[in-house]
Design a protein around this ligand. Structure first.
Ligand SMILES: CC(C)(COP(=O)(O)OP(=O)(O)OC[C@H]1O[C@@H](n2cnc3c(N)ncnc32)[C@H](O)[C@@H]1OP(=O)(O)O)[C@@H](O)C(=O)NCCC(=O)NCCS
Length: 447
């Protein structure tokens, strides 16, 4: 997929922004007296945003916040469901936002993905199929445009399997007892300095771009989100709590950035807590130096961090592993919209032939394919006609599109899914080697 021309992604993104709403979902909602519409004008976007804020338990947005959002939220395609019989027919009763971006896949390549966000239904209208119509509609629209994958981060983990999304990137939350942790890691020669949040805001986008293209599971941070992370939005709450730190290497190049905040322990001041909201490191030195810095903060007894890789090298940098309490949770979910395109977009980890029988309850990309992988890990996909036997020497794999998405980034092994009864295969070890990857994927933020 990275072999496309460089303007292919922006062009795909523009076409997705402008696409009409899905006819099937519009028809389904119309049968219940509801209208599915693209949200166009500034006034309509403001009202739409109020509905989203309410569903996510936020306060009503102020005029200042609505103003700020117009530019910050422009990258998204907002869609609403409207009830003409409601007292305020201009306020949507359902919402979704999506945009085309790119997902880093094994092998250092990227694949276009439909990022989905802001899925809400007003409590007055919930459990009537509105969210299903919205999500399915946006998936069908993206599929028709040729977007091979979709992805999202979720408020509740049981919501999206029904649409074929799989939990593709398990991540870890850490609580570290700093008094106990000790340090076995390196002491890099570069320097660590406090910087302003504005400087963090200025440096972070380019650094993140370099980091995310080398990290399976990452997607670009939409530009408007940087002000939210850095606390540089004019309407940011408690912005002053956020501290920013940079790591510069021996040549003075900034290779790492850290954002954290502290919470005072009122009983024992010297056991206060620091929470890392983002640690971006382009080099192992930057990674080690920033972790060493935060674990060594005065008056801090506990450091918390989340959305870390499940194979975080920090485990091997602290002297006492039991100083860390680690909890693994599901983070981004991935949905495959085009099985052949998604499979050839990533590098495979072992050669051979997989005869894949993929079931898709939404009928978007189910089918039978032969994935032939060469010694370089490059795959080609051919149809595997119904009734034809699997080629001699191939490994058969029968699975749902959710399970394929779960294994797609190498975060979960097909052998594990087979042991869990979610995949049937003639050779679990071979199937796992082909779709596996040597690095755990990671997504370091929410969208
Ligand atoms: C999540 C939310 C959008 C679902 O809205 P809804 O009106 O129930 O949506 P639908 O009626 O289309 O239901 C879709 C499916 O999800 C299921 N579902 C809805 N809420 C659920 C929940 N909390 N737990 C498990 N399943 C749930 C429904 O049973 C339905 O299943 P089915 O289609 O397989 O029968 C709504 O509850 C909401 O706005 N929640 C707050 C905001 C939020 O968390 N959004 C999700 C962001 S990732």
């Amino acid at each position: 997929m990275t072999t496309q021309s460089p303007d292919a992604l922006p062009s795909l993104a523009r076409r997705q922004q402008a696409a009409l709403v899905d006819e099937e979902s519009a028809r389904r909602l119309a049968a219940s007296g509801l209208e599915l519409r693209l949200v166009g004008s500034d006034a309509a976007r403001d009202t739409w945003l109020q509905t989203v804020a309410r569903a996510f338990l936020d306060s009503e947005r102020s005029a200042e916040q609505l103003d700020a959002n117009r530019e910050r939220g422009a990258y998204r395609r907002p869609v609403g469901v409207y009830d003409p019989s409601a007292p305020d027919p201009d306020a949507p009763v359902g919402s979704v936002a999506s945009w085309v971006t790119e997902l880093t896949v094994p092998g250092g390549e990227t694949v276009p993905t439909l990022a989905v966000s802001a899925v809400t239904v007003a409590a007055t209208h919930h459990r009537r199929g509105i969210a299903r119509a919205l999500v399915e509609g946006e998936l069908r629209t993206a599929t028709a445009l040729g977007v091979p994958v979709a992805s999202l981060t979720v408020s509740e983990s049981q919501l999206y399997g029904r649409y074929g999304f799989g939990a593709a990137v398990p991540v870890a939350s850490w609580r570290i007892d700093t008094r106990r942790a000790g340090w076995l890691g390196p002491s890099p020669a570069g320097r660590v300095d406090f910087v302003s949040r504005e400087r963090f805001r200025a440096l972070a986008p380019a650094l993140h771009e370099r980091v995310r293209t080398g990290t399976v599971g990452e997607v670009p941070v939409p530009d408007g989100l940087w002000d939210t992370f850095a606390g540089t939005r004019p309407d940011a709450k408690d912005a002053g709590k956020t501290r920013a730190v940079q790591y510069a290497d021996g040549d003075g190049e900034v290779r790492g950035l850290l954002l954290y905040s502290v919470d005072e322990n009122v009983v024992d001041f010297a056991r206060s807590t620091a929470t890392v909201s983002l640690l971006l490191a382009e080099t192992p030195d930057a990674h080690a130096a920033l972790w060493r810095f935060v674990l060594g903060l005065d008056l801090i007894g506990e450091v918390r961090a989340s959305e870390l890789s499940v194979d975080e090298p920090l485990r091997w940098m602290i002297a006492d592993q039991r100083a860390a309490h680690v909890e693994v949770v599901d983070h981004p979910y991935v949905r495959i919209l085009d099985v052949p395109a998604a499979l050839v977009a990533r590098r495979l980890a072992a050669s051979g032939v997989l005869a894949l029988d993929v079931a898709d309850p939404l009928g978007i990309t189910g089918g039978r394919w032969l994935l032939r992988v060469d010694e370089e890990g490059r795959g080609v996909v051919d149809d595997w006609p119904e009734g034809a036997p699997a080629p001699a020497g191939s490994t058969t794999v029968t699975l749902g599109v959710t399970e394929l998405a779960t294994a797609y980034l190498g975060g979960v092994s097909l052998a594990t899914l087979a042991a869990a009864g979610r995949v049937t295969t003639s050779d679990a070890a071979h199937a796992a080697r082909v779709l596996g990857w040597h690095e755990a994927p990671r997504l370091s933020f929410w969208y």
